[in-house]
Design a protein around this ligand. Structure first.
Ligand code: TNX
Length: 673
């Protein structure tokens, strides 16, 4: 049989002037053979509604954003022809990266044929599609500052300029200082491999004295400049590393822009962070990132003086952490592909793809992070977002459960059941293994986005609900059975039976975590029903800062990561040509930078605001050039919100210096010709 060549073009037309929306799929046959009785499988962030009307085709199966479609019975796709199927009902696409990014066809004999997919077009929008980090250039001759430092320090009182040295010859005194020198040397050797930032005097290095000195806060440092070379002082390893990073940033800026930026001759920089928790979160479930990539991200966030890495290790789409007691979690839950228990999703193709972190790999990353002043916080997201885990270990589900409920992302029956005892045995073991691996002593249990109808078809859950809240509550919850529409999760479950059951679950898991001597982290929904103790928990507020402020008022320690500004999966603007998601809006680097999460908080509430976090959700990261565009420089903007007091922030200064910060993959935006 001759080779079959197929391509898929997709086109989005928003609803307008009374005309309904249209998401058109156009499959073209470039070969010389007819194809009949085939199925088209596709994935990408957008998902069809279960009851989508498809003109010119029909949905055979659908799981979240994985869809199998077929043309009408008896249809033949002839050479050179295009089959068009159009969906009229689905959650609107907003950006080019929303549409299908992977597809394949299955022929009647079961053969799989790859399909070349082009980026989704929007009707009437011809702007070139963007990817790669936007370039921020120092305005030559008009730089608002003469030192390159992000985040900007607490106090800068330097003067003069010396001939810019080629590099720094580190001269530590004592073990702590030697450790910091080594950590910095390794950091720059990787981030800026050929720049020779650390080099001996013989190669033009300027001597830098590194001294352990009493009296500094846990992350504070001082750099003083003198003719013989600068001195970095701090009380801790992190403080010394931060002082060296400041010096390294100044040096890189001055080397790159010798007419605008200087390496000071005299004076002092005294620095300490405004907030103690400066986090970056990475979702490694929707897309997998190798250990090498995680290591690189740790280095990038250290260069931004961020000190918490929130590692989102499990999701509906995958389970990424080796658990010795349950090898199926990663044997099954870490891989997607056609015919596997987890189908292709979010742009992965038919061949098995994915991966997981062995415990040995985790230990190495934990050591690397500690060396860079970063504590790693593991998240196992429960009770919602557990579809992959339940596929791997089906006994996690109540065997008597009937009916289906759907999560916001359209996964059916994806929540661990609070009334099913094996779930707690499982969690006791998982939490034990996780806490052995992560010395920070925090277990983040997720708790986000449990759908309103969760457990409504589980006799065990309904019996438990009756015990907890009475027969009427159980009756009301049972009535939700079969409600498969999507729900607002956090917003929708307040006061419902779902919230009662979830609180029961969270309380029990919180007790397990406490019994192992650890703190609990959770998304803001973890507070529903007063399930967690305030003194051993922190929450991440994600819906909006007002909701976070209210939780702070209730006495919870809060890290703010408002979706509207700090979710790095949101696009940089409204334009179709920008990649990214849009449910929480959009935020350009300037909007993210100038956003003040503290606005409107009382003094007492501010006491509970322990930090800020950037969240890298990975649904739209179907290409690493999209990652670079979405993450940089907004990650640095959030780092500065955590470190620099609001009165010392300046967008023009940040914009002038942002281009000097490292990005992950080296994908820069290609300017329009
Ligand atoms: C909501 S916010 C989620 C995630 C998604 C994210 C996409 C939160 C705790 N859950 O599952 O990835 O939106 O922006």
């Amino acid at each position: 049989m001759p080779a079959i060549r197929l391509s898929l073009a997709t086109q989005w037309t928003p609803a307008r002037d009374g005309a309904p929306l249209a998401y058109a799929l156009k499959l073209t046959n470039h070969s010389v053979a007819d194809i009949t009785a085939f199925r088209l499988c596709l994935t990408g962030p957008a998902s069809f509604d279960a009851d989508s009307v498809i003109e010119g085709g029909r949905i055979l199966t659908r799981l979240s954003n994985f869809t199998e479609l077929a043309p009408p019975e008896g249809f033949t796709l002839r050479p050179g022809d295009t089959w068009v199927a159009t969906a009229r009902q689905l959650y609107p696409l907003r950006h080019w990266s929303d549409g299908a990014t992977a597809a394949y066809v299955i022929l009647s004999d079961g053969t799989r044929v790859p399909v070349a997919v082009t980026p989704t077009e929007m009707t009437g929008d011809n702007a070139p599609l963007k990817k790669g980090a936007a370039r921020y250039a120092l305005p030559a001759g008009r730089s608002p500052v003469s030192l390159s430092i992000i985040p900007w320090p607490k106090s800068v009182a330097t003067s003069g300029a010396r001939t810019v040295p080629g590099g720094l010859d580190l001269r530590p005194t004592g073990a702590l200082a030697s450790g910091a020198a080594l950590a910095f040397t390794r950091l720059v050797a990787d981030l800026f491999a050929v720049e020779g930032l650390v080099r001996p005097v013989a190669e033009g290095g300027l001597p830098v004295h590194i001294v352990e000195a009493a009296g500094f806060g846990p992350e504070a440092y001082e750099v003083s400049f003198a003719a013989a070379g600068p001195t970095v002082s701090a009380t801790t390893h992190a403080g010394l590393v931060y002082g060296l990073i400041t010096l390294g940033q100044i040096l890189r800026g001055a080397k790159a822009h010798p007419f605008d930026l200087v390496f000071p001759a005299a004076g002092t920089i005294s620095d300490a962070p405004a907030l103690g928790f400066r986090g970056t979160h990475l979702d490694v479930a929707r897309q997998f990132y190798s250990s090498a990539e995680v290591a690189k991200l740790l280095k990038v966030i250290a260069w931004n003086k961020m000190n918490r890495f929130h590692w989102h290790l499990s999701e509906d789409e995958a389970w990424r952490l080796e658990i010795r007691a349950y090898p199926e979690l990663t044997e099954i839950g870490a891989w997607r592909g056609h015919g596997l228990k987890v189908p292709p999703l979010l742009g992965s193709g038919p061949e098995p793809t994915g991966g997981f972190y062995t415990q040995a790999a985790v230990r190495e990353l934990v050591t690397l992070a500690a060396d860079l002043g970063i504590a790693i916080i593991p998240e196992i997201d429960i009770p919602g977002h557990c579809w992959a885990a339940i596929q791997a270990l089906p006994w996690l589900a109540d065997p008597d459960e009937t009916g289906a409920y759907l999560s916001v992302q359209s996964f059916p029956n994806n929540c661990l059941n609070p009334a099913h005892e094996p779930v707690y045995t499982f969690l006791e073991t998982v939490i034990g293994e996780v806490l052995e691996l992560f010395p920070a002593g925090i277990f983040h249990l997720g708790a986000d986005e449990v759908p309103l109808a969760a457990w409504s078809g589980s006799p065990k859950a309904l019996a438990l609900l009756e015990e907890l809240a009475g027969p009427e509550a159980a009756r009301r919850h049972a009535a939700l059975k079969g409600v498969t529409g999507n729900h607002g999760g956090a917003d929708a479950i307040g006061g419902s039976g779902t919230a009662v059951l979830q609180a029961h679950f969270i309380r029990r898991v919180h007790e397990i975590i406490k019994s192992k001597g650890a703190k609990t982290g959770g998304w803001e929904e973890a507070a529903h029903g007063g399930a967690v103790d305030r003194d051993s928990t922190y929450l991440i507020g994600w819906r909006n800062v007002e909701a976070s402020r209210l939780l702070a008022a209730e006495g919870y320690d809060i890290v703010v990561s408002p979706g509207q500004r700090y979710y790095l999966d949101m696009a940089n603007s409204l334009s179709w040509s920008e990649p990214g998601a849009g449910w929480a809006g959009w935020s350009g680097p300037e909007e993210t930078y100038t956003f003040d999460p503290r606005a409107g908080w009382s003094e007492a509430e501010l006491q509970r605001l322990i930090g800020v976090q950037s969240c890298i959700w990975s649904e739209p990261m179907t290409d690493r050039a999209i990652f670079d565009r979405l993450v940089f420089p907004r990650l640095s903007a959030i780092a500065e919100a955590g470190w620099t007091s609001p009165d010392r922030k300046s967008w023009p200064r940040f914009a002038a210096l942002a281009g000097l910060m490292p990005i992950m993959y080296g994908n820069w935006e290609i300017p329009e010709a």
